[in-house]
Design a binder for this molecule. Structure first.
Ligand code: PLP
Length: 237
């Protein structure tokens, strides 16, 4: 290893230790087992060399939000045995391509995406796990990403009927300007409702660098953490 990559590895290792301790301590606070929460490290904007270092540090799940970047990194890191989570906005003309490398598509938010995702999974010859992204915006706000809670039941049924898509649960992002504890409490009740009809859809992807504790308290099974592990991203988006 070069000196630079040794330094980067040590930095990532220190950040990872801090994040893992935050997860463990928030689990302890609410009487959950830390093994119930999977850390998905969001590597968007960072190079494949970082993904490789993270895999060496025990990371098993990585998240990406933009199709061409995700596809290239997944190909470059194909030997690492990682689970790739697609967490970004999906375009219907890209959805089939995303299903060719993503193991978990977390951002299905409208019926139009079901067909292309299913076709992509069929072309790959492999089942793809799907989470429905639900909007936690207050009622009345326009839902910029995520299905409205009232539309989830129909969307879940569509996924369930599709070949090679496996409905696994929900994903959400806490809206800006609201206490994440309140937003994630709403999410927990939305999830309870979904679980009545879809008892296998028990994954809950919620919580990021700034609010993972609040998400763990409300039952998150997956937290998506970027900057707390990799450092600040270049200012884009
Ligand atoms: C970028 C991103 C994250 C990670 O955000 P951080 O604040 O850097 O931890 C999580 N979820 C989604 C959907 C993202 O786009």
């Amino acid at each position: 290893m070069t000196q630079d990559s040794t330094r980067r590895r040590d930095e990532l290792a220190a950040h990872l230790a801090t994040v893992r301790e935050r997860i463990a301590s928030s689990c302890r606070d609410v009487g959950r087992d830390a093994g119930e929460v999977t850390l998905v490290v969001v590597t968007k904007f960072f190079p494949a060399s970082d993904v490789r270092l993270l895999a060496g540090l025990g990371v098993t799940d990585v998240g990406e939000n933009r199709h061409p970047e995700a596809e290239a990194k997944a190909a470059e890191c194909a030997d690492l045995g990682l689970r790739w989570h697609f967490i970004g906005g999906l375009q219907s003309n890209k959805a089939a391509a995303v299903a060719s490398y993503a193991d978990v598509v977390e951002s299905l938010d409208r019926p139009k995406l079901v067909g292309p995702l299913s076709r992509g999974a069929q072309a790959r010859g492999q089942e793809v796990d799907v989470l429905l992204q639900v909007s936690l915006d207050p009622p009345g706000a326009d839902h910029r990403s995520g299905a409205a809670p009232d539309d989830l039941a129909a969307l879940a049924d569509r996924v369930q009927e599709a070949d090679l898509l496996r409905l696994r649960g929900l994903m959400a992002v806490a809206p800006l300007g609201e206490d994440p504890a309140e937003a994630f409490a709403r999410l927990a009740s939305i999830r309870d409702r979904l679980l009545r009809d879809h008892p296998d859809a028990s994954m809950l992807s919620a919580g990021m660098s700034g609010d993972l504790e609040a998400a763990v308290a409300q039952g998150a099974t997956h937290v998506r953490v970027g900057s707390a592990v990799l450092g600040p991203r270049p200012a884009v988006q």
